[in-house]
Ligand binder design. Structure first.
Ligand code: FES
Length: 146
């Protein structure tokens, strides 16, 4: 049912945990399944994602899609990372069962929510607004201890 790639990222998730020095944190949830995904970004002054991590309270596919999403955008510019689609995550995982496609949507949304938070913290409110207008994710309040 699951590809080897999915099983690999589920069994050995990459970039799992929290980042103490994150400057962008996004948390989204899916109301139907109740799963929650949180992404932490450490963005450099020139907009490069220097470090990234995730915490997922959810199903195995949610863990695998968050893990893959972090791998796909690590080291990229945030503008580039913003283009990450759930389809790209699914493709990189070599497929997901139809019932699990929404897990990849959650990964895309979590990345976008984290970038939006980064823009807000940097005072780039117009950019944050742009994301908010294009997205309809169910955002959860992200902690702002930093
Ligand atoms: S079952 Fe909802 S995110 Fe996987």
């Amino acid at each position: 049912m699951y590809t080897e790639k999915v099983m690999d990222h589920f069994s050995n998730p990459r970039n799992m945990g929290e980042l103490d020095d994150a400057n962008g944190v996004g948390m989204v949830g899916n109301a139907k399944c109740g799963d929650i995904m949180k992404i932490f970004l450490k963005v450099s002054d020139d907009g490069i994602i220097e470090d990234i991590s995730f915490k997922t309270f959810g199903c195995g596919a949610a863990v695998a899609t968050s893990s893959m999403a972090t791998e796909l955008i690590k080291g990229k510019h945030i503008e580039e990372a913003l283009k990450l689609s759930n389809a790209a995550v699914v493709e990189a995982l070599e497929g997901l069962p139809p019932a699990k496609l929404h897990c990849s949507v959650l990964a895309e949304e979590a990345v976008h929510a984290a970038i939006k938070d980064y823009y807000e913290r940097m005072g780039m409110h117009e950019k944050a607004e742009e994301i908010a207008e294009n997205e309809h994710f169910e955002e959860h309040e992200a902690p702002r201890e930093h």
